[in-house]
Design a protein around this ligand. Structure first.
Ligand code: ADP
Ligand code: MG
Length: 260
């Protein structure tokens, strides 16, 4: 099933959420004495949008970085599309390319144009043909609404535009899953929505997404499931409406009372 299209050009209803795409089984991670991920069991189905919320320091970023293998884990397994994440080597580079990541800071290459930023990965890592890569890069930039910025340099763009370029750049690698770690936290308020809209569009197209965010409106409208983390554990997970309207744990109630 690995040749299922990554972005389905269907409007509205995506394919039924049947297949497990990302599976974390008993994942543990320590930083010295700090047990930052504690027995994490989490299954993300193909096409699913999972929003991860929780207090600062609860392990949300470490979870994302573990899925992308930017952090090693010291217990448990993570599989993507039935393939376990290898510790190192060529398999790791390939699997990492299956996971697109968008961070709080945009991390664009300052000395390259927007178009070059988006083309770089497919040419260097995927070894794809330049003309094809450029065509697709322009399509992706159009899709996130910055097609007319292709020849500018990152510094000439607003933060919201830069973050949308970062999304296009991640998509250019044709990932199976996209991870977003607080993608709007560094943006001025008036730019948050344009980035969230681009993400919602991606969700509608059927992309599998893990989104760490404090944007509860996004969680309510775009998530299939909310995962609430505290102290390195998944404390609660539920559909958004159920989670926000009727949180079960005291930790979640307390957290929601502070942010809503
Ligand atoms: P969150 O994203 O939920 O705010 P993080 O995953 O960034 O949480 O961090 C979880 C805990 O791990 C925090 O206590 C943080 O200080 C600690 N931590 C994160 N990265 C490192 C690291 N590289 N070395 C040591 N401690 C770390
Ligand atoms: Mg974080």
């Amino acid at each position: 099933m690995s040749d299922v299209p990554l972005t389905k050009d269907v409007e509205g209803d995506a394919a039924p959420l049947a297949e497990d795409l990302v599976v974390l089984d008993g994942v543990n991670k320590h930083f010295g004495a700090l047990h930052v991920l504690q027995d994490i069991n989490l299954t993300i189905k193909r096409g699913e949008v999972v929003v991860v919320i929780g207090p600062s320091g609860s392990g949300k970023s470490t979870l994302c970085r573990a899925i992308n293998r930017l952090e090693t884990i010291d217990g448990g397994t993570i599989t993507i599309d039935d393939e376990p994440l290898p510790a190192e080597g060529r398999g790791l580079a390939r699997l990492r390319a299956d996971v697109g990541m968008v961070f709080q800071s945009f991390n664009l290459f300052a000395h390259k144009t927007v178009l070059q930023n988006v083309m770089l990965g497919p040419i260097k890592v995927r070894k794809q043909e330049k003309a094809k890569v450029e065509e697709r890069a322009r399509q992706l930039l159009d899709r996130v609404g910055v097609g007319n910025q292709a020849d500018k340099y990152p510094a000439q763009l607003s933060g919201g535009q830069q973050q949308r370029v970062a999304i296009a750049r991640a998509l250019a690698m044709e990932p199976k899953v996209m991870l977003f770690d607080e993608p709007t936290s560094a943006l001025d308020p008036e730019m948050i929505n344009e980035v969230l809209e681009a993400m919602k569009q991606l969700a509608r197209e059927g992309m599998t997404m893990v989104v760490v965010t404090h944007e509860m409106g996004f969680a309510r409208s775009a998530a299939n499931r909310v995962v609430f983390m505290a102290d390195g554990r998944i404390v609660e997970e539920a559909e958004p409406q159920q989670f926000f309207d009727n949180p079960k744990s005291d930790r979640a109630k307390d957290f929601l009372s502070k942010i809503l």
